[in-house]
Write a protein that binds this ligand. Structure first.
Ligand SMILES: [Zn+2]
Ligand SMILES: [Zn+2]
Length: 254
């Protein structure tokens, strides 16, 4: 990774850690918490702005590039802010940084490098990967009252813009909307779309069969498509057995 890429990584990572952005001063102070190998203690003063250490000037310069590339926003109010596009780029940079060979040149600190690996993937205090995340969302849906719904059978075919994401650990997480899943289950008449004779049980309210929503294209692929994948068109209604087989069964065994 080039020096510029590593600076971008540290900068975007910091903005995300600060909840999306902050004042320049706050951001640089955060980076100076041992993320960058040059810091106030061991770096020379800048040539252009002698009142500031050089590394701070360098980050300002890098920030300028990130704004032009659309990875950061120029709010004009002195705030440094990461954009949605920036979050996607950050995910790629983290991936790249984690694969720097052991003899490769790293300009960020070892402490920061460790962060890229040890960052747990948390949601609501639970470490998550994509499958855990889906299980979590199904559990939430399982206790909701679901009525047989009037379902439109024609879907608008226009793609929707991808939603706002958040980064948890090194993963970009896109929201899942339970009401979309409910409509998708309704469209399938609360039957298994692998085979409508598959047996299930009634949901708590006794009105419809229990089925689970499964995203055909995983939500985590959102950045490859650039559109919202949490759509009825991408959600299948599956009985628990079929759903678990897709995720945990032998591949190709369905
Ligand atoms: Zn699934
Ligand atoms: Zn089934």
């Amino acid at each position: 990774m080039t020096q510029a890429e590593q600076m971008s990584l540290v900068l975007l990572y910091t903005l995300n850690e600060l909840g999306g952005g902050g004042r320049r001063r706050t951001v640089l102070k955060h980076i100076n918490n041992g993320y960058w190998y040059k810091n106030d203690v061991n770096d020379a003063k800048g040539a252009k702005r002698p009142s500031e250490p050089k590394w701070q000037n360098n980050f300002s310069y890098e920030r300028h590039h990130l704004v032009i590339a659309g990875y950061m926003k120029d709010g004009g109010d002195g705030n440094w802010i990461i954009t949605e596009k920036g979050k996607g780029y950050l995910g790629k940079l983290i991936e790249q940084a984690r694969n720097i060979p052991s003899d490769g040149k790293r300009l960020f600190t070892l402490e920061f490098y460790r962060k890229l690996f040890s960052a747990p993937l948390y949601t609501d205090g639970i470490a998550l990967d994509e499958e855990d995340e889906e299980a979590h969302y199904i559990a939430r849906l399982a206790v909701e009252d679901i009525e047989p719904a009037y379902v439109q059978d024609i879907f608008p075919n226009e793609p929707e813009r991808k939603r706002n994401s958040r980064i948890s650990g090194n993963r970009i997480i896109y929201p899942r909307d339970p009401s979309v899943a409910k409509r998708a289950l309704g469209r399938a008449n609360h039957l298994c779309e692998v085979n409508s004779t598959h047996v299930s049980f009634l949901r708590r309210n006794g009105h419809v069969l229990y089925m689970e929503p499964h995203h055909l294209i995983p939500i985590s692929f959102t950045d490859y498509f650039g559109v919202n994948l949490d759509r009825e068109q991408n959600i299948f209604s599956l009985c628990s057995n079929c759903h678990n087989q897709i995720h945990y069964g032998e591949k190709g065994g369905c």
